[in-house]
Design a protein. Structure first.
Length: 611
């Protein structure tokens, strides 16, 4: 066996810094840093788990690195990694000596290694939430932090410096109940922990959450850690773990209770800090560590469901939709006086009568319930609610408004800045009247197989919804029925063929561009140029079939044009020649229009041809 390994035994629950420190002491060195420098590696590097220094120490002992892994602490910045778990700086005690004096005495009674150096520093003693020796049931003793940086990790050096007080440590040691957080942390670091939702959190997050929740339960949301004794902190940790061991819902219930308590107060802020105290400060302001996001998400969920948070607010992220209204927020959104609204909801039984004595921002109602109540109280409903009541699409609702069956009423403004839009509302009475007229005008019978809904009927008949509504309400549509099981206009089925016949427009009697092309005759570009330049007078008429406006020419206008002008092709045909020869015969007679202006066509005034 390696000489140094034979000198002292390495224990699996010992930190490697403790082992190195004891070997240095057994070899007569005042501190481990000097011993390590003689062996060409750094003691501080070993204590913080620097791979090169750990390997150098293992080689010195004739061991593999893995054989020391149980006592390894890897430190990077403010973070410590030990036995697969992560702890932050506040949860690991390095510069102070922290021991169970009874364990130290017991260690020296074992026949392992050189006497006087058998006592070793347990890895768990460095972990702040571990407060009680599991073996002896006594509170761990913690000395003041060393003022010598070279002794920060040197277990044996600090223990030797405390020899004079050791008897006092033993005499004053006291029994202490081991709190549940202590047991949980020990189990996680030993790999023997039971299933729990807390296992999904990094250990440091679980510890801070348990301690903060316990202190909140015992001392209220705005407790002060600085005023607590070590025993009280242990009691907080115990109660916090007991509560959270019941599952995530237990935390949600606590948060809900804190909200209820704050709402019951007649004065004071009801922001996140005032409601949730230290728990909110820890998550919202003291760190942005993503490891806490699970807890932040739970607090956000509870806040959205129990606080009057809405668009424009920020609670662990911007709020995009509202779940709860206060009288204050509802009054602002629905443009109603808060005192009137408070009286209305109390009278309607939406809240208890005693709530009327609370400020408007502390009286909370489900957002949907509040919105529906206010809408009913104003006898107006939003466009979406109107469509739902009528069983109508957006297009059908617009057609009902355009045709005068339903009137828009001013609603709330939505949007920002120049993009503000007035969202209309509709009177419930008018909606009910329309539905009553529909029931009266359309029988509730089974439609024929080829009958279709309003939207399809409009497309097939190539008419407007306004025309369909006029036929329905006038009782002029024969092929119409209401299908059972549907609401309002969504139940209507129509004979599209009948609609097409009854809605076709009267022929306007005008000529289309194509017809004029054949009548002149002329190319399409020439006809369009004549119209564009005002030589051939055109007008707009609605197509009787397709219903769109189209450019057409009155027959009389075409006859006027033909009586006044003759094309080159017409002149050539009249003289029994071709256009080229006719053009030579017309030398000296100017065209009536610039040929370039009218797409290459040549027209002459008939009066010029006679002369």
């Amino acid at each position: 066996m390696n000489r140094l390994r034979g000198l002292l035994t390495f224990h699996t629950d010992e930190s490697i810094a403790s082992y190195c420190s004891r070997i240095a002491g057994a070899l007569g060195h005042r501190h481990a840093q000097y011993f390590c420098s003689k062996q060409h590696f750094n003691f501080h590097g070993l204590a913080v788990g620097r791979p090169g220094d750990v390997s150098a120490f293992a080689q010195l002992l004739g061991m593999e690195d893995v054989e020391l892994s149980s006592g390894l602490i890897v430190t990077k910045g403010h973070w410590h990694r030990l036995r697969g778990e992560t702890l932050n700086r506040t949860l690991v005690i390095r510069s102070a000596l922290r021991i169970c004096p009874h364990c130290i005495l017991d260690d020296e009674t074992h026949p392992f290694g050189r006497a006087g150096f058998r006592a070793f520093g347990r890895l768990l003693w460095l972990v702040e939430p571990v407060r009680v020796c599991e073996k002896h049931g006594t509170k761990l003793v913690t000395t003041p932090p060393t003022s010598l940086p070279i002794w920060t990790h040197d277990f044996w050096a600090k223990l030797s410096a405390s020899r004079a007080e050791f008897r006092r440590f033993v005499l004053q040691s006291k029994s202490m109940r081991r709190d549940d957080l202590d047991s949980y942390v020990t189990a996680r670091l030993s790999g023997t922990f039971a299933p729990s939702w807390l296992n999904d959190l990094p250990l440091y997050v679980a510890v801070h959450l348990v301690e903060t929740v316990g202190a909140t339960v015992r001392h209220g949301a705005r407790f002060l850690v600085s005023r607590m004794t070590e025993d009280e902190r242990s009691a907080c940790a115990h109660d916090g773990f007991q509560l959270l061991a019941d599952g995530k819902q237990a935390l949600a219930s606590l948060l809900e209770r804190l909200i209820r308590d704050s709402s019951a107060r007649k004065t004071g802020d009801i922001g996140g800090r005032a409601i949730f105290g230290r728990l909110y400060e820890m998550l919202a302001h003291e760190n942005d560590d993503a490891a806490y996001d699970l807890i932040r998400g739970m607090m956000r969920e509870v806040g959205l469901s129990n606080l009057a948070l809405g668009p424009g607010d920020h609670f662990f992220g911007p709020i995009e939709s509202r779940r709860v209204h206060s009288v204050h927020s509802a009054a602002k959104e629905f443009d109603i006086h808060p005192i009137r609204l408070k009286k209305m909801i109390v009278k309607a039984g939406l809240v208890e009568a005693e709530m009327a004595n609370l400020p408007s921002d502390r009286i909370l109602v489900d957002a949907e319930t509040m919105a529906a109540f206010v809408e009913r109280s104003k006898a107006l409903v939003s466009a979406s609610d109107t469509r739902e009541r009528l069983g109508a699409s957006r297009t059908e609702l617009l057609a009902l408004v355009t045709a005068g069956y339903l009137r828009k009423n001013g609603g709330r403004m939505e949007g920002n800045g120049d993009d503000l839009t007035l969202m209309p509302k509709y009177a419930i009475q008018e909606i009910d009247n329309i539905l009553a007229r529909l029931v009266e005008a359309v029988p509730s019978t089974a439609p024929k197989a080829n009958w279709v809904d309003l939207s399809t009927a409009r497309k097939r008949a190539e008419c407007s919804l306004e025309e369909i509504f006029a036929l329905i309400f006038a009782g002029s549509a024969e092929g119409v029925a209401r299908t059972p099981g549907f609401v309002g206009f969504s139940a209507v089925r129509l004979d599209a063929a009948e609609l097409k016949k009854k809605t076709v427009l009267t022929e306007h009697g005008c000529l289309s561009i194509q017809q004029v092309e054949h009548a002149l005759p002329a190319r399409s570009a020439v006809v369009k140029a004549l119209i564009k330049n005002g030589h051939l007078i055109a007008t707009q008429r609605r197509n009787p079939i397709k219903r769109h406006l189209q450019t057409v020419i009155e027959p009389s206008e075409l006859e006027k044009f033909k009586a006044k002008f003759a094309s080159l092709h017409e002149i050539a045909r009249a003289r029994g020649t071709n256009p080229a020869k006719a053009l030579k015969l017309l030398a000296g007679i100017p065209p009536a229009f610039d040929p370039v202006e009218i797409g290459g066509g040549r027209y002459y005034k008939r009066s010029d041809l006679v002369s």
